[in-house]
Design a protein around this ligand. Structure first.
Ligand code: MG
Ligand code: ZN
Length: 375
């Protein structure tokens, strides 16, 4: 290259730089924020889902999971206000309210005071809301988004809290907590009075036209995959999205794969793998919608790990894993967070489980002050 050409190029490049400096406005945080505003949030919680649970599902599924489509991945510290090892009540409360509480509590602080949840804040902001779970809908994880109690086992009180909200769709087990109650009150009748379509089956979901759905898929907990739950979680997730997406102001939906945890408590690797693969199918439904919609933040995480699971051998071809457990209870390890869509980049790195709540609000452009004002 001649000296003259190098000089010409240098002038051209510096000229471009000057041009760039003049024409591009200074960094504007507002416009950057606007670009990453989420209209909808789908939060999927795999109860008891640590890295080994995910990897066992991936291996049994011959080396593939929808989870692999996420490019932003972080970890959360799951300890509660009362213990290094959290339970599902305190774990979900951290995510739903941004506050660490005592094990056994749901959406109340350590003094027992009710805390506003992300679902309630979404409602305050005219968004639609939904909960889907493979356990009873009154169980600790979904309950932490809609009910307030110092005792997660007060299922009938928790069911009554559903009536105090304007949740648009909930699908899961736990019907007995609504219509076979000690106080003889039939909450199913109350739900119907409030305009809910109440159904006991998911087979009629396809033709069901409704804006408010209470879908009871079991009297107590739903059965495990191995005992015939079928595609309940994916079908329910899709139905909830179809109902909620009608709101122009957006929606918040929490979907729980509840029984990954129960496989961990049972130290039953096959139970974990089947529930993990089932949960991953629901993740696929959320991702399909989010990709098409373009304004939806999808977050997949866990409340804690269960079983202290480790994989000491495996085979992608045969789909076998050799699993070892170190406890029948939860463990204290960090759990992964996967994020996709507007605001996803906030979820990378190591964070407190309570940060997930604040980052969800940030992604929706709901200010904390505004939330406090409505508290
Ligand atoms: Mg749970
Ligand atoms: Zn558990």
């Amino acid at each position: 290259m001649t000296k003259k050409l190098i000089l010409t190029l240098a002038i051209l490049i510096s000229g471009l730089n000057i041009y760039a400096n003049i024409s591009i406005p200074p960094f504007d945080s507002t416009s950057t924020q606007n670009r990453s505003k989420a209209k909808n949030i789908i939060l999927l919680i795999g109860d008891g889902m640590g890295v080994a649970q995910i990897y066992s599902g991936l291996t049994v599924n011959h080396g593939k999971l929808n989870l692999e489509q996420f490019k932003i991945i972080g970890f959360s510290k799951t300890y509660s206000a009362s213990s290094y090892v959290t339970d599902s009540g305190a774990g979900a409360t951290a995510i739903s309210t941004g506050t660490k509480t005592k094990n056994g509590s749901i959406a109340v602080d350590t003094a027992g005071k009710a805390l506003k949840t992300i679902l309630e804040i979404a409602e305050d902001n005219q968004m639609s809301t939904g909960l889907v779970s493979t356990s009873a809908i009154t169980h600790a994880t979904p309950a932490s988004f809609i009910a307030h109690n110092t005792n997660r086992d007060k299922y009938e009180e928790i069911a009554a809290d559903f009536l105090k909200t304007d949740i648009d769709v909930f699908i899961g087990g736990g019907k007995d907590n609504f219509d076979k109650r000690k106080d003889q009150v039939n909450l199913i009748d109350e739900l119907k009075k409030k305009g809910y379509t109440v159904t006991d089956t998911i087979t009629d979901f396809k033709d069901l036209k409704t804006n408010k759905l209470a879908g009871f898929t079991a009297k107590g907990h739903n059965p495990p995959i191995s005992k015939g739950r079928g595609e309940m979680l994916s079908i329910a997730t899709q139905k909830a999205i179809d109902i909620l997406k009608q709101n122009k102001k957006g929606f918040f939906l929490m979907v729980e794969g509840s029984q990954i945890d129960w496989g961990g408590h049972d130290n039953d690797a096959e139970y974990i793998e089947q529930e993990m693969i089932d949960f991953d199918k629901a993740i696929g439904k959320a991702l399909d919608f989010a990709r098409e919609d373009g304004n939806t933040l999808v977050i997949v995480t866990a409340d804690h790990e269960t079983g202290g699971l480790s994989l000491i051998d495996g085979n992608y071809k045969t789909g076998n894993v050799e699993a070892k457990f170190s406890t029948k209870d939860h463990s204290g390890v960090m759990v992964p967070i996967f994020a996709f869509g507007p605001g996803a980049e906030k979820f990378g790195g190591i964070q407190e489980n309570t940060d997930i709540f604040y980052k969800m609000l940030e992604s929706l452009h709901i200010s904390y002050e505004k939330m406090n004002g409505k508290n």
